[in-house]
Design a protein around this ligand. Sequence first.
Ligand SMILES: [Zn+2]
Length: 203
Amino acid sequence: MESHKSAFLTFDDGPSPFTPAILDILKQYQAPATFFMCGKNIERYPETAKRVKQEGHAVGNHAYSHIFWKTVTGYGMAQEINKTDKIIKNTIGETPTLFRAPWGIVNPRSKLTAQQLHYEIYQWNISALDWLQPVITYGYMRKRVLSHTRPGAILLFHDGHGTYRHMIRKKTVALVAELIPYLQKEGYTFRLLPEKENLIPDL
Ligand SMILES: [Zn+2]
């Protein structure tokens, strides 16, 4: 059946030990997603980064260390982005073109630096707020995503947490497992960034 409703699944801060479970779900439902990875995490889990690419998903640059982006100089931003650019090329053999600013901070310096390095910035419309685990409840995250998803939405989930090693993403995995078949049943098709058509303004 032809569907006209599409949405974009995006995952930030990986790869992590929870990424493979998310990839299994995406494979099960044939849902493509875009992963904005931190260079430091790719160094830790290169095989997972390769798997993301091999299974047809898109890989974007999310800086190297997830440093607090607001106070970083333009030079510092360029270093973070370039380092990750190289790691992505060396690990998955592809030159990334998508960038998502750490902490969601898109200030003029961040925009200019990304542009100079030939990146396009993609933020999101709807955050599951899953980075607030373990405090946030599953029900709240679920309601938040389901009640706001509209055609063209860029949904944000987290398979990591900055470059911390000890994060738990069980609720993200469970949410994705419930959400994808639900939205597909509602007629949604998931697509890879950077297809821009039908994008909606931020919520
Ligand atoms: Zn992030």
